[in-house]
Design a protein around this ligand. Sequence first.
Ligand SMILES: [Zn+2]
Length: 241
Amino acid sequence: MEPQEQGISRRQWLARMGAAAVVPAAAAGVLAAQQSHGGHGAPGARTPATPEAALRSLMEGNRRFAQGRANNPNRTLARLQELGTRQAPFAAVLACADSRLPVEILFDQGFGDVFVTRVAGNIATSEVIGSLEYATEVLGAKVVMVLGHSACGAVKATMDGQVVPGQIGSLYPYIHPAVEDARGRGVDAVVEENVRNQVDILRAASPVLASALRGGKVVVAGGMFNFRTGLVTPVVSPPRT
Ligand SMILES: [Zn+2]
């Protein structure tokens, strides 16, 4: 749900999200820098200082994974204990819930690096938008990536328009505009169109993200993960600054 729907102010909403909410994004960024020793990426790597560097870190991690030279950083219990009760992820990802899409593995990241929201079809529901607002505004994540993938079952089901049990069909309205936009093309074309649509929704429907975008604190990007190559290819690139 969005804060407006409950008739509460953004400040009240942030306060309800827990004690960490009192840490403004800028302070969270400083915290991230202070915690960067032994932090994300290769041993000794520093937390990305800018949104562009944060996006680059994700893409470089994916290349390492796809080329079979992953560092598997920050995967130890010691790292988790070092983080303790604090977190300052440098990136936030909205990915499909598909079991073949483990975000930390495919971007070669570990504990505390990426704030991940996952739902079938990587759709920007109100709850997802609220989570991503928390990741950026409160925790200081500098990049938000919407991540689709090849042969997405949620997209295929929407294209087929089959009658499905339970609430599976609740995914369809979010994905259906992409089916219309990419009509006559294959499932992967619809996946790409859906990534573009969800990026547009994030940019337009979230005043928090829109403000962070205007202020240059965050970039929003879209990508597509290919099961055959292991690579994420850009679908939506942030505008150059
Ligand atoms: Zn999927």
